[in-house]
Design a protein around this ligand. Structure first.
Ligand SMILES: *Cc1c(COP(=O)(O)O)cnc(C)c1O
Length: 467
């Protein structure tokens, strides 16, 4: 039923006596406004309670093992966030110190990603905005190169694997670029140089690779693809840039695998995006785009304007937005430091390994790429036919214990493969891991007895990996 069809505040069919001592509110006996804006308002406490109570119907974020996004921050960070909700981030002239703090975050990330010298970047709403902007810069820089060579500029293409996030296809559709998608295979869920090579030509604006896929948490072969692009540059004179989608991996690899080269240490890597609100450990609403050098940002995409009496440069898709998450990102960077982030990541990885061991001990699961460089998560599937599938198990686990562990099918051409995936975040302690493992075992036993979830139950299972 759409909100429009919903009956408007049906009156209770009999008069209730007045609430004693002002206890309760009229929303105990009336339905919430859902179609038209009500004529009259209601007391602040009633409004707060009405909405707050309704949200109990949502899943509990602390049991949401589907999302990569932060569900817990320290009380001091929460206070900083709450105290700065009234500060519009884009008002650089009025809030120069907030703008300076954004620049500090960009410099720290560029340094973390081994940028060779002076660089530039942008705060974004998340990796999606960062990817749109980064890919637009790829397109503009490609067009500059083609125009300089007096070559046509009407057929740009972008090469990436089927293991990317949906935002890459979105970019191609919104901004009129041909997507050249390398399909996956059963048992092969990332891409390497041999997959990319046949697709690169003079109209390729760039190659996008993933550091920590949403499907299994692994990385594309970035050094291998870099090497291929360096060879193409030497042999054919085509300078094809590499953009790393490090939405999740950008705050994991530098701490867990510091010697793995995936960033600006590699010659063709020209830009990187990362979600501050994933392993950057900030609440939703913050992402970053970092360029290798200032010249990697196409000048035409930067707008200089005179706003409220001051010259300002902007490179964004959005305009007004909060400052809180920028400040919260800076809070984490200085509060944790490299050692702190390393500790948090190591603990998550340790607990993920424990969960992986428990699942292996049960004997009916296969782990995907355990032991390889991976995000702190466990991706797993059922071994053979056990009379129920991963979607049944996801449903049973949520029904019995409220855990949200998604089941999903892999992208083409591996769509026959069904997986489940549990994120092991900061708040999933060892005790919680042990409980989760026991709950998974119980859910399997229940399903074995009843032979899968029934059809009406299965229809309620949400598919998709969850981000
Ligand atoms: C989450 C994710 C995105 C999208 O990031 P948002 O911050 O949610 O906009 C893009 N790419 C990858 C690999 C991701 O994991």
């Amino acid at each position: 039923m759409s909100a429009k069809d919903k009956p408007k505040h049906p009156k209770a069919d009999h008069e209730l006596p007045p609430a004693p001592y002002g206890y309760g509110s009229r929303w105990l006996v009336e339905s919430a406004p859902a179609g038209e804006m009500p004529d009259h308002g209601l007391p602040a406490v009633d409004a707060m309670r009405m909405i707050g109570e309704e949200l109990f119907l949502d899943g509990d974020p602390m049991r949401n093992l589907a999302t990569f996004v932060t569900t817990w921050m320290e009380p001091e960070a929460q206070r900083l966030i709450a105290e700065n909700l009234h500060r519009n981030f884009i008002d650089h002239a009025e809030y120069p110190q907030t703008a300076e703090i954004e620049q500090r975050c960009i410099r720290m990330l560029a340094n973390l990603y081994n940028a060779p010298g002076e660089t530039t970047g942008a705060r974004t709403q998340g990796s999606s905005e960062a990817i749109m902007l980064g890919a637009l810069s790829l397109k503009w820089k490609w067009r500059e190169r083609r125009e300089a060579d007096k070559q046509p500029t009407d057929k740009p293409n972008l090469v990436f694997g089927g293991d990317v996030h949906v935002v890459w296809e979105k970019f191609c559709r919104y901004f009129d670029v041909e997507p050249r998608i390398v399909p996956l295979k059963e048992g092969k869920y990332t891409i390497g140089p041999d997959d990319v090579a046949p697709h690169v030509d003079e109209n390729t604006i760039g190659v996008a690779v993933v550091l920590g896929t949403t499907f299994t948490g692994h990385s594309d072969d970035i050094p291998g693809i870099n090497k291929l692009l360096v060879e193409i540059k030497k042999e054919k004179g085509l300078d094809v840039p590499l953009h790393v989608d490090a939405a999740s991996g950008g705050f994991v690899w530098p701490f867990l695998y510091p010697d793995s080269e995936w960033d600006f240490r590699l010659e063709q890597v020209r830009s990187i995006n990362v979600s501050g609100h994933k392993f950057g450990l900030v609440y939703p609403g913050i992402g970053w785009l970092i360029f290798r050098e200032r010249s990697d940002l196409a000048k035409d995409l930067v707008f200089t304007e005179n706003y409220l009496g001051k010259e300002d440069e902007t490179f964004t898709l959005n305009f007004s937005t909060g400052s809180s998450m920028v400040l919260a990102q800076y809070y984490n960077l200085v509060r944790l430091g490299r050692k702190g982030y390393t500790y948090v990541m190591t603990v998550m990885q340790h607990n993920a390994n424990t969960l992986a061991e428990r699942l292996t001990e049960m004997g009916n699961f296969e782990l995907i790429g355990q032991g390889e460089e991976q995000l702190p998560l466990v991706a797993f599937k059922l071994l053979g036919d056990q009379g129920y599938d991963e979607f049944d198990l996801a449903w049973q686990l949520q029904a019995e214990r409220g855990w949200m562990v998604p089941a999903y099918t892999m992208p083409p051409n591996a769509e026959k493969v069904k997986l489940m995936r549990a994120l092991v975040k900061e708040t999933l302690s060892r005790e919680m891991v042990d409980s989760l493992a026991a709950d998974i075992a119980t859910a399997c036993e229940t399903l074995k007895k009843k032979g899968g979830a029934v059809e009406t139950e299965r229809r309620r299972v949400k598919t998709g990996t969850g981000y």
